[in-house]
Design a protein around this ligand. Structure first.
Ligand code: JCF
Length: 700
């Protein structure tokens, strides 16, 4: 065989094609048929030859190159599908007051007086949200909700579900997206688990997990054998309007052949909600499927569209959850967990108890204040509560059953892992370890976060592996130990592939796969990179907002360093990003004020290619980039709606008039802000002119 460094370009191209096919064949034998065709060493040699040729001829790297793949399948096994319209989540209500507050807000936004507000109420199924796209009436593709913006393409599996119409019955818009909940009935779930047990297969914890596990099968034949159902309940993109109210929309869905939950009901006013909630609550245990509450949606679609969204949740719908389930048990001990930001979280260790069908052994105690408030002591009998998916909590202590001599709990004033002082920031309830990066617990949690699903998502490098590598280190060939001290060390792991290969449960092939998985992630979208840093309050959604706003790593870094200065333009720009706000801006500023953090960031940036984010689509609005101030009383719409509308059109709405203001909208009795605008020569418009600008019809 010609050595890689002596191939001509034409020979190299042919050889890369041969290697791609050959390696793919061995991947399939190994991963799918569990029958390796060659030894690990031979396989590695094929991979190395492929890498060497690609390194010499980067232009020849094939779309199907083995270096672009990890194992037999892409990371999750499913391609990603972008939703044309984001899939929403819902805000929750737990009590009548929460629902009343929701209605009050919607009324205020819409400037409604006493006119009734009609709702549609639908039982909230505890299943798996999906989106189905139909073109010219034909089912084209379907995806899981994913992060709301992008889900997994599970089209082939959805086709196996009888309740998913392959063709819409009757006339429909050329393009329509339909959302619904895939679920498994309680009896089907029990039967499936019995069959799984008999076959020695893993059991599912509840019907929801069974539905999710069944839909996310790489082999559609397995999905086909699972009894899945679907209730349709919402619309995504539609190329033509189909209904004026949500109720009419549900009727259209039924007409097209979907199953709509038969318990759904139209309520002519919000006063009817409490009765419906009680009715469904009473029926709950007898229903054939699990529900965890009722979704209330404002019926009028024109009102829905005026209300719009805050973050990921609509202002026109709310999920009113059923009260949590409770049980009593014994508090055996209190463990202190150290999180990635150093927060010390007390975790109750409980005598195992069944709470509404789930075996609970641990519960959060939140923080030292909560323990003091409950005066909970080790040995106490406690009342436990579990609502939906959230971590169970201790809500009360039965003092009458307290054992003699039980002492008040003394919350540690030092980190139980590294021994550093634990301190409370002014105005905060949480005690934090002050050890920072020197605290092994914090380092470990940060590393776990760094490689997690929404972050670097490195295949083969999960929580367990990180903990092992971090705690034990890797014995190198030079007789030294390589420690994972920070995130950049993850990208130094490939240099220690041999040390990984000899670890128990690894071997040459897995170690080589890990190397490839790590290298595959050295190119990373900016949003994932920001999220991976684990800055407090910067979750996936905020990381995306930041990435879209700042577009490139270099720009983001420069702006964040500038934003460290309180009152700087960079700080106010950051705080003004819709969805960020001053508190999160401060959190970012604190992160960038710490030189060690900036050093870690730069160390990473040197090892990575951080991809620019796409510019926000909203920039096309009629008021794109304009700074708008509202003042005085608007007659035709309430202030929250005016603000939301301006933001939808691309504007930034601020409170004070300055030289940077582009437009001041004058309501009735506008005072000092109108004068200030006149002084500064800032453009002012009347409410009617504002409506014209926003493209709204004139009002009497
Ligand atoms: O059944 C459900 N889990 C459910 C989820 C029902 C709905 O009517 C929903 C939903 C999530 C979002 N509606 C929206 C807008």
């Amino acid at each position: 065989m010609t050595p890689a460094d002596r191939l001509t370009e034409a020979e190299a191209a042919a050889e890369l094609a041969r290697l791609a096919a050959e390696i793919a064949r061995h991947d399939r034998l190994y991963h799918e048929q569990d029958t390796p065709g060659i030894s690990d060493a031979e396989y590695d040699a094929l991979r190395r030859r492929n890498d060497a040729i690609e390194a010499r001829f980067p232009a020849l790297v094939r779309a199907d190159s083995p270096s672009r793949r990890v194992g037999a399948q892409p990371a999750s096994g499913f391609a990603k599908l972008r939703h044309r319209v984001p899939m929403l989540s819902l805000d929750n209500a737990f009590a009548p007051e929460d629902f009343a507050e929701f209605c009050r807000r919607a009324r205020r936004f819409l400037n409604l007086k006493d006119e009734p507000l009609a709702f549609v109420a639908e039982p909230k199924i505890d299943g798996l949200s999906i989106s189905l796209t139909y073109e010219n009436g034909e089912f084209q593709r379907g995806a899981t909700r994913g992060d709301g913006l992008e889900g997994e393409d599970v089209t082939a599996n959805l086709r196996t579900i009888a309740a998913v119409p392959k063709r819409l019955a009757g006339a429909a818009p050329a393009l329509i997206e339909i959302r619904g909940e895939v679920f498994m009935s309680k009896t089907d779930f029990l039967a499936l688990n019995a069959a799984q047990q008999a076959a020695g297969q893993k059991l599912f914890a509840n019907p929801r997990n069974a539905a999710a596990g069944s839909l996310r099968q790489l082999d559609p034949a397995i999905t086909a054998a699972r009894p899945l159902s679907l209730f349709a309940y919402a619309m995504g993109e539609a190329s033509a309007p189909v209904a004026a109210t949500h109720w009419e929309w549900l009727e259209r869905l039924a007409g097209w052949g979907f199953t709509v939950n038969p318990l759904s009901r139209r309520l002519s006013g919000e006063a009817e909600a409490a009765g419906f909630q009680a009715e469904i609550g009473a029926a709950r245990a007898g229903l054939p499927y699990d529900i965890d509450g009722v979704v209330y949606k404002i019926d009028d679609l024109a009102l829905q569209s005026r209300l719009g969204f805050v973050g990921r949740a609509p202002r026109w719908a709310i999920a009113w959850k059923f009260p949590a389930e409770q049980a009593t048990t014994l508090l055996l001990d209190i463990a202190i967990q150290v999180g990635r930001t150093g927060a010390l979280t007390p975790v109750a260790q409980l005598q195992p108890v069944n709470v509404g069908g789930v075996l609970v052994t641990r519960a959060t105690l939140h923080n030292a204040d909560e323990i003091a408030r409950l005066d909970v002591r080790i040995g106490d009998t406690v009342l436990l509560q579990r609502a939906g998916d959230v971590i169970p909590q201790i809500v009360a202590v039965d003092r009458s059953r307290r054992p003699e001599g039980a002492a008040p709990y003394a919350f540690p004033d030092h980190c139980p892992v590294c021994g550093s002082l634990a301190a409370r920031a002014p105005g905060e309830v949480v005690l934090r370890c002050t050890g920072g990066l020197t605290c092994p617990a914090q380092t470990e949690e940060r590393l776990i976060h760094f490689v997690s699903r929404g972050a670097f998502d490195i295949e083969g490098l999960g929580e367990k592996t990180i903990r092992e590598f971090h705690a034990e280190g890797l014995a190198t060939t030079e007789g030294e130990t390589f420690h994972l001290r920070g995130p950049a060390d993850i990208f130094r792991l490939p240099a220690h592939e041999a040390a990984i290969a000899v670890r128990e449960g690894w071997g040459a092939l897995s170690a080589a796969n890990l190397t490839r998985a790590i290298r595959a992630r050295q190119r990373i979208p900016l949003a994932r990179f920001i999220y991976a840093l684990g800055i407090r309050r910067i979750g996936e959604a905020n990381a995306k907002l930041l990435a879209r706003h700042y577009a490139s790593f270099a720009n983001w870094r420069a702006q964040m360093l500038a934003a460290v200065q309180i009152g700087s333009e960079a700080r106010s720009d950051l705080g003004n990003i819709l969805g960020i706000g001053p508190a999160i801006a401060e959190e970012l500023a604190e992160f960038f004020a710490e030189p060690r953090n900036v050093a870690t960031l730069d160390e990473l940036a040197a090892l990575l290619q951080i991809e620019d984010a796409e510019a926000p689509a909203a920039a096309a609005g009629a008021l794109a980039g304009k700074v708008v101030v509202f003042t005085g009383t608007l007659q035709t719409m309430a202030r929250p709606e005016a603000k939301a509308l301006a933001e939808k059109l691309g504007a930034r709405v601020t409170e004070t008039v300055s030289r940077k203001t582009d437009l001041v909208v004058l309501g009735a009795d506008a005072g000092s802000k109108a004068r200030r605008a006149a002084e500064l020569g800032v453009r002012t418009v009347t409410e009617q002119e504002w409506r014209d600008l926003a493209g709204l019809p004139a009002q009497a």
